[in-house]
Design a protein around this ligand. Structure first.
Ligand SMILES: Nc1ncnc2c1ncn2[C@@H]1O[C@H](COP(=O)(O)OP(=O)(O)OP(=O)(O)O)[C@@H](O)[C@H]1O
Ligand SMILES: [Mg+2]
Length: 410
């Protein structure tokens, strides 16, 4: 009834990267870009000795564990072909090339984020490899540093344990195996400080499992994105709305659940989900009904103020993305969710239902937000924050106060 997630990710995404002056930028070679016509490409695979790598796990499916960590003192290591071809001076790449054993590559397809790759391997559960890709795509160079990998696995583990206390319409893609090269694998002392990198494995079956009838996964942007090979085709959103009231449909099935999940994850765990159109997947039944919202990408900001207020231990978190103030809360809620996702979604609906008013959606969402998060003033800034064009010493974009009043919350 709906195309596969890989197809939607790749070919239902034209025209959606218009939300910032950086969003259309990519340094990925054409054949590795998601909307290329290349059906798949080879992901290079090496076997390394266990002593050369850090490994992290969060309850992976045993078949994936057996494949990526096969025993016999070996661990598999995935490298994007663009890295292999162009990063000759990378000390860690040299380690892998000099000491690793090259194996048969994996056949992969790029997802919408470019550096996360769907692995096409029969006999293994559906999964993706999120790999080191130190080239700029949109605002960031897409590295997979050791601390980022470890933290994603920590977050996946904690989120999995928290499922019983979260909304029944909440699901996520677990990030279950992480591997990075150890600094001690470098024999040359002069390069010891370089960033260790690696990859992680994401299971593509939403968690918690929900057996039964066939379900489809639709990325948020695919609701309003133009189709690469069929640009005249009406947006998928119209098929989903079908004969329902468009405003009620959008609010009840998409916007309210996402707001609820964003608030719940913040209140319970201090996590800042990033619900833009690429990180949100709709789980849809074969009759076209939205069942759950599936969140992907666990590299979330972590608000330490909230974790202290809740009295939850942070011993299992490393230092990556720990935050002590609310700017990034505004970036994720006001900008990623409101501006980057909800606004183009509504704009698309308005094209077919001209009576819809952005302000009405915003008024309903504001009310909903306050009901679920009455103490929002304690954590969230009074104005909207976004990325500044300035960068810090690690080349991470700084935040700036836009001075504007929020529109998706009071
Ligand atoms: N409609 C869209 N909205 C937001 N990002 C999009 C969209 N379409 C494609 N993208 C791409 O998806 C990525 C979003 O960044 P984000 O940090 O969420 O993902 P990631 O960490 O690189 O990968 P993943 O989501 O696979 O974990 C960027 O590379 C961006 O260019
Ligand atoms: Mg993402």
């Amino acid at each position: 009834m709906f195309p596969s997630l890989a197809h939607l990710d790749r070919y239902y995404n034209e025209g959606t990267r218009a939300y910032s002056d950086q969003s259309a930028y990519t340094e990925a070679q054409t054949q590795f870009q998601p909307n290329s016509a290349t059906p798949c490409f080879d992901l290079t695979l090496f076997a390394l000795d266990c002593e050369q790598v850090h490994t992290y796990t969060a309850n992976p499916d045993p078949a994936l564990l057996d494949f990526y960590m096969p025993g016999d003192n070996k661990i598999l290591f995935c490298i994007h072909p663009q890295v292999l071809q162009t990063l000759d001076n990378d000390a860690y790449l040299r380690i892998v090339k000099n000491y690793g054993t090259r194996l048969q590559p994996l056949c992969v397809e790029p997802s919408s984020s470019t550096r996360t790759l769907y692995v096409k391997h029969s006999g293994l559960p559906p999964h993706a490899a999120k790999v080191h890709f130190p080239f700029k795509v949109s605002r960031y160079s897409r590295k997979m540093r050791d601390e980022v990998i470890e933290q994603a696995i920590n977050v996946s583990h904690e989120l999995e344990q928290s499922i019983p206390s979260l909304d029944t319409q909440f699901a996520f893609l677990r990030e279950v195996i992480g591997v990075s090269i150890k600094k001690t694998a470098l024999h040359d002392e002069t390069v010891k400080t370089r960033e260790q990198w690696g990859y992680l494995i994401r299971e593509m079956t939403p968690f918690p499992p929900c057996p039964g009838k066939q379900k489809f996964l639709i990325p948020g942007f695919a609701l309003y994105g133009t189709q690469t090979f069929n640009p005249e085709k009406k947006p998928l959103l119209l098929d989903l709305i079908d004969t329902c009231s468009p405003s009620q449909y959008l609010l009840d099935n998409i916007m309210f659940p996402i707001i609820r999940h964003w608030i719940e994850c913040f209140l319970q765990l201090g996590y800042m989900l990033e619900p833009h159109g690429q990180n949100i997947l709709l789980e849809v039944s074969d009759t076209g009904h939205i069942q759950r919202i599936v969140h992907r990408d666990l590299s979330v900001g972590i608000d330490m103020r909230r974790r202290r207020d809740r009295g939850i231990s942070s011993d299992t978190c490393n230092m990556y993305n720990r935050m002590e103030s609310g700017e990034f809360l505004s970036i994720t809620y006001d900008m990623f969710m409101g501006h980057h996702f909800f606004e183009p979604l509504i704009q698309c609906a308005q094209h077919y239902f001209p009576d819809l008013k952005l302000m009405d959606f915003q008024a309903s969402c504001k009310e909903y937000f306050v009901d679920f998060f009455p103490e929002h003033d304690l954590y969230m800034p009074k104005t909207i924050y976004y990325f500044s064009s300035k960068r810090d010493q690690f080349n991470k974009p700084l935040y700036k106060n836009t001075g504007k009043k929020p529109t998706w919350r009071p």
